[in-house]
Design a binder for this molecule. Sequence first.
Ligand SMILES: [Zn+2]
Length: 312
Amino acid sequence: MSVKRKNCLVFLSALLFSSLSLSSENKTILNIGDSRLIIYADLDAYDLGKAAIMGWVKKSARIVADYYGKFPVSEAGLVLDDYDGSGVRTGRAYGQPVLQIIVEIGNQVTQQQLTRDWILVHELIHLAFPDIPDQHHWLEEGLPTYIESIARVQAGDLDERFIWKGFMRGMPKGLPLAGDKGLDNTPTWGRTYWGGALFCLVADMEIRQQTRYKMGLQDAMRAVMESGLTLDKTATIDEVIEIADSHTGTTVMRDLYERMKDAPAHVNLNVMWDELGLIYDDETGVVNIDDSAPLSKIRQSILASKLTSSKS
Ligand SMILES: [Zn+2]
């Protein structure tokens, strides 16, 4: 969901109105490598019990730490705001006044809903990127919209056909419509979330092609995080592009941004899915995978876990 460092008042009011008192008895600390996630939650409020909720938090934090090579920040807070009902409803991430994520989760949430949840992973990914000016919000939201799915497949938490199906359904919502003025000037929901995610997919494919699979968007975003530009910091889009491109030794992010920022740059999705070896079966609603397709190796390298590849 949305992130804005300036919404301190929103943050404080969200905390004030959350049903949770931030007292110590509602505080649980989760260590992830050298980092700490401080969980503010009345864990007894959930029918499923403390272990299931903590299992979900641990899994989500592990998925993000493995994608970035470590948990993005040394310390952050996670407020679980419970309501009467089931499901994981919404989330927000804040960089100021403290690094904090608030997730609304029903006290009757089921194990299946936790297993399928994407919201917490999405919000944790926001921690790994700085606060950039509003007109570039599509990159702030495009990154978690794209990375959340990839990171969960890398972790073995999702089947790749499931995420490609989601992308094949979502990415068309990110394409420019009549009157579009480019990603920086068209702040619609579709262009913000899916337009941003499409930018990330095209950049990822291009980086992998130009570096012969040695680098990808994952490496570029790790470099941004390692530079210290996390959600509690502000930056310009030029700064993050410079770090990303100089780390991959390409000009992919710069070239794509220049092409997409203030013009309705079209992407032929049908050709792209074909070349990646993704075939959507209308009858079954299943995505079939063709490993003989020209860009199959790119698709495989996007989903390859860096954990396993570094071991092999
Ligand atoms: Zn978001």
